[in-house]
Ligand binder design. Structure first.
Ligand code: ZN
Length: 264
C-alpha cells in the first residue's frame, strides 16, 4: 500500500517538475529578455524587477504614473527609481495594472496614495474574490494570493488623462478575465497579452498561465481592429517579459500571428 502511494507521489512530483520546467523553458528559454529592444523614448523608464518590467512616467506637476508594479512586494526596484528622480512612494499618482498576476502587482499596496486602474473585468480577480481559472492557478493558487483594490475600473477603449498623460485602455480578456493593454505616449504596453519570441515572432498568451488562451488570441484580433485608426501613432510595442519591437514591425508580426491563430 505504502509503496503504491510513494510511486503515485513520485510520478506526480515528476509530472509537476516537467510542467514547471517546461513552463520556465517556454517563457524564458525562447523569448527575448524583459528589456531587450530599443528604448521607449518620451522619458519612459523601464524598471527591471527580476522577470517583469514596470514602466515609469513623469507627468505634469512632478507626479509619477506607473504601468504595473513588479514582482517585489517591498517595491524596492521602483522605490530606487523614484529616489533617483528625487521622489518618494507618495509621488505615485496612478498605477495602471495590465492584469492581476502577482509578478505585475507585487508592490501595488506600497503606493498608498496612488489610484489603481485596471479593466473592470479584473476587479474581482484583483480582490481575490474571483478565481484566475488558468490550469496552473487551478493547481497552486485559485485566487490572487496578494489581493488589492482596483479603485478606478476601466471600460474598453476608455481614455484617462492623468496630469496630461493620456492613457487609452483596451480590453483583451483571455490571459486573465480582465487583461488590459495600454496605449500611452506612442507606446503600446501589452503586459502578458502576447510575448515576443524567437525571430521577433509573436506568441500568444501562455496556455498554462491563462484563463482562456484562445480567447486571448481572439482578443488580439479585436485589439488590432480597434487600434487601426492609430497605427501610425504606435512607435513601439512592449511586452512585460520579452522586450520591445518598433511599432511597424510589431504590428506586422501581430497581424501575421492573428491571421494564423485567431478562430475567425
Ligand atoms: Zn500574467
Amino acid at each position: 500500500m505504502l509503496k503504491t502511494i510513494l510511486k503515485v507521489v513520485g510520478v506526480l512530483v515528476l509530472l509537476f517538475g516537467l510542467l514547471i520546467g517546461g513552463t520556465i523553458f517556454y517563457i524564458f528559454g525562447l523569448n527575448q529578455k524583459p528589456r531587450s529592444g530599443p528604448a521607449l523614448g518620451h522619458g519612459i523608464e523601464q524598471i527591471a524587477d527580476s522577470i517583469a518590467t514596470t514602466y515609469y512616467f513623469e507627468v505634469k506637476g512632478g507626479k509619477v504614473v506607473l504601468i504595473d508594479a513588479g514582482l517585489d512586494t517591498t517595491g524596492a526596484p521602483i522605490l530606487a527609481a523614484l529616489k533617483a528622480h528625487g521622489k518618494t512612494a507618495d509621488d505615485v499618482e496612478a498605477i495602471f495594472i495590465t492584469h492581476a498576476h502577482t509578478d505585475h502587482t507585487g508592490a501595488v499596496n506600497v503606493f498608498k496614495k496612488a489610484k489603481v486602474y485596471a479593466m473592470k473585468d479584473e476587479v474581482g480577480v484583483a480582490a481575490g474574490t474571483q478565481p484566475y481559472g488558468s490550469p496552473l492557478a487551478n493547481i497552486f493558487a485559485k485566487t490572487n494570493p496578494m489581493p488589492f483594490k482596483v479603485t478606478n475600473p476601466l471600460s474598453d477603449q476608455e481614455t484617462i488623462d492623468v496630469d496630461g498623460l493620456k492613457v487609452t485602455a483596451y480590453a483583451v480578456p483571455g490571459h486573465t478575465p480582465g487583461s488590459g493593454v495600454y496605449f500611452a505616449d506612442g507606446v503600446l504596453f501589452v503586459g502578458d497579452a502576447f510575448s515576443i519570441g524567437k525571430n521577433h515572432k509573436i506568441r500568444g498568451p501562455v496556455y498554462l498561465f491563462s484563463t482562456n488562451a484562445q480567447e486571448g488570441i481572439d482578443s488580439l484580433a479585436k485589439l488590432l481592429k480597434e487600434l487601426e485608426p492609430r497605427y501610425k501613432e504606435i512607435e513601439f510595442i512592449t511586452s512585460s517579459h520579452s522586450g520591445t519591437l518598433p511599432g511597424a514591425e510589431g504590428l506586422a508580426a501581430l497581424q501575421e500571428f492573428v491571421k494564423e491563430h485567431a478562430s475567425k
